[in-house]
Design a protein around this ligand. Structure first.
Ligand code: ADP
Length: 464
C-alpha cells in the first residue's frame, strides 16, 4: 500500500486495515439491526390495530359513537393514538366518523376484496393530516349485520424512534471506530516495538564486531525466533569471516616463503662478483621458486573458482574416459618411483558438470596417492555406479593418515608432512580444491585411511 505520503509503516497499515474491517462490520450489523427494529415496530403497530378491531368485533355494538365509547372504556389511553371508521359491506362510509383523522382514511380495492372474503388487510397509506398511517381493514359482525371497520394509527411516532436510532448510530459508529483505531494503533506500536529495538541492535553490529548478538526476550514468540535466526546468521557470518582471515593469513605466509627464498638467493649473489656458473645456479634456483609461486597462484584461483561453483556451463561428462585419462597421467607420474598404478574397475557412468574441473579433482587424488606411497606400493583406481551415484575411488598402500587429521587435510594449506610436501611441490590446496569441486557438483569427497596401511579417497557424484 503506497500513498502520496510515501510508504506506510506496518503499524499504520495494520491500524488502517483493522479500522476499515471494523467499520464494515459495524455498518453491516447496524443496517441489520435497523431493519429488524423497523420491522418489529410495524409489527407492534399491527398488533395493537388488530386489538382495536377485535374489541369492536367482540363487543357487537353497531354505531360509531357507541363503539368509540366502548373502546375508550376497554382500551383507555391506548386508544388515543388510533382512529377508526365504519363502512357498510359495499365499502361506503356509514356515518361521518367523529375523529377528524379518520376522515382521511381510504378503502383500497384489495382491502375491500379481502374484507368481502372475510379477511383482514394491513396497508401503509400517506395522509395529509397524520402523515404515514398504518391501516387495518377488517370485516366485523355476522350475517346481515356485517360491517367493515378501518382502524388507523399514525406511524410518526415509530418513524421518529427509528430516526433517533439512526442518529445514534451515525454518531456511535465513527466514535467506536475512532476509539478502536486508537487502541489498535497502541497495540500495534507495543507489539512492534521489539522489531525497532532489533533493527537498532542489528545496526550496531558491524563486520569488525560480529561477536555481538541480538538479545532474546525469552518469550519464545515469533520475534524471539526471528532474533534467534538472525543470531544464527551472525554466527555463520562470524565463522566465515574468521575462516577468511585465516585463509588470507595462510595464503600470505605461503607466498612469503618462496619470495623470501628468492630475495635471499638474489641478495647473496649480488654481494660479490660471481662466476657465470654461480649466477646460473642462482637463476635456476630462483626459477624453481617462481614456478612454485605460479603453481600456488593457479591453485588459489582454482580453489576460489571451485568454491563459487562450476564456471563452465554444465555438460554431459563421461567419467570412464576421464578416469582412463587421469590413469595415464598417474602412470607417467609414478615412473621411476617404484609405485604401480592400476585401474581395477571402470564401468561407464555419466554425470552433468564441468569436465575439466572433475578431471582436476580426480587428478589431485591420484597425484597425492603416488606422492605419498613409498616404492613397491600400489595405487588402484575404480569407477562404479549404483543408487543414482557414480563412485570414483583412489586407493593406495601409502603412509596413511591418522584419524585426527582425516578431516583437517581437506582444509586449505594443511600439510601433514610439510617439509616433504613442499619438497614434492605440494601447495596444500589439492584436497581443498578436490572437495570444493565435489560439493559444487552436488557430490561428496570422503576419506578412509589407516596410518601405515594406506588411504582410500572416495568421490561420489550424482548420475546425470
Ligand atoms: P599437497 O599439495 O600437500 O598434496 P593436499 O591438499 O593435496 O596438499 O594434501 C594435504 C595433505 O594431506 C598432504 O600434505 C598430505 O600430508 C596428506 N595426504 C593427501 N593425500 C594423501 C595420501 N594419499 N596418503 C597420505 N597422505 C595424504
Amino acid at each position: 500500500m503506497r500513498s502520496v505520503l510515501g510508504p506506510l509503516s506496518i503499524r499504520t497499515r495494520l491500524t488502517l486495515w483493522y479500522s476499515a474491517i471494523l467499520l464494515g462490520i459495524l455498518t453491516i450489523t447496524s443496517a441489520l439491526s435497523y431493519s429488524v427494529l423497523r420491522w418489529s415496530l410495524v409489527q407492534d403497530v399491527d398488533a395493537s390495530l388488530l386489538t382495536v378491531a377485535q374489541v369492536l368485533h367482540d363487543t357487537g355494538v353497531a354505531g360509531q359513537a357507541e363503539m368509540e365509547a366502548v373502546l375508550r372504556e376497554v382500551l383507555g389511553p391506548e386508544f388515543y393514538e388510533k382512529f377508526f371508521r365504519l363502512l357498510d359491506p359495499e365499502g361506503h362510509p356509514e356515518e361521518g366518523p367523529s375523529q377528524r383523522r379518520a376522515q382521511a382514511l381510504r378503502l383500497s380495492d384489495t382491502a375491500l376484496a379481502n374484507a368481502v372474503r372475510g379477511r383482514e388487510t394491513f396497508e401503509t397509506i400517506r395522509t395529509e393530516d397524520a402523515g404515514d398511517v398504518r391501516l387495518l381493514t377488517m370485516p366485523i359482525g355476522r350475517g346481515r349485520r356485517t360491517q367493515i371497520v378501518q382502524v388507523g394509527m399514525s406511524l410518526n411516532r415509530a418513524r421518529s424512534a427509528l430516526r433517533r436510532y439512526l442518529d445514534t448510530l451515525v454518531v456511535l459508529i465513527p466514535l467506536g471506530v475512532a476509539l478502536a483505531a486508537m487502541g489498535g494503533a497502541l497495540i500495534a506500536r507495543t507489539a512492534l516495538r521489539p522489531v525497532d529495538e532489533m533493527a537498532l541492535a542489528a545496526r550496531r553490529i558491524t563486520a569488525e564486531d560480529l561477536g555481538q548478538r541480538i538479545s532474546l526476550r525469552g518469550t519464545g514468540d515469533e520475534l524471539d525466533r526471528l532474533a534467534a535466526t538472525l543470531n544464527g546468521m551472525l554466527a555463520r557470518l562470524a565463522a566465515a569471516f574468521t575462516e577468511m582471515q585465516r585463509f588470507t593469513a595462510d595464503a600470505a605466509h605461503e607466498l612469503r616463503t618462496p619470495l623470501t627464498a628468492l630475495k635471499g638467493g638474489i641478495e647473496v649473489s649480488l654481494r660479490a662478483g660471481r662466476s657465470g656458473e654461480e649466477y646460473r645456479r642462482v637463476l635456476e634456483e630462483s626459477l624453481e621458486e617462481v614456478e612454485r609461486l605460479i603453481r600456488l597462484a593457479e591453485d588459489l584461483l582454482l580453489l576460489s573458482r571451485s568454491t563459487a561453483g562450476p564456471e563452465a556451463p554444465r555438460g554431459h561428462v563421461d567419467l570412464e574416459p576421464l578416469l582412463l585419462d587421469v590413469f595415464d597421467v598417474g602412470v607417467r607420474l609414478a615412473q621411476g618411483t617404484g609405485v604401480s598404478v592400476r585401474v581395477n574397475d571402470a564401468s561407464p557412468a555419466a554425470v552433468s558438470g564441468d569436465a575439466l574441473a572433475l578431471r582436476r579433482a580426480v587428478l589431485n587424488l591420484v597425484e597425492n596417492a603416488v606422492k605419498y606411497t613409498p616404492a613397491g606400493g600400489k595405487v588402484e583406481l575404480s569407477l562404479t555406479s549404483g543408487d543414482g551415484q557414480a563412485t570414483i575411488a583412489v586407493q593406495d598402500t601409502g603412509i596413511g593418515i591418522g584419524a585426527e587429521d582425516q578431516e583437517r587435510i581437506f582444509e586449505p594449506f594443511v600439510r601433514l608432512d610439510a617439509a616433504r610436501a613442499r619438497e614434492t611441490g605440494g601447495t596444500g590446496l589439492g584436497l581443498a580444491i578436490a572437495r570444493a569441486i565435489a560439493l559444487a557438483h552436488g557430490g561428496t569427497l570422503t576419506l578412509d585411511s589407516e596410518v601405515g596401511a594406506g588411504s582410500r579417497f572416495v568421490l561420489r557424484l550424482p548420475l546425470a
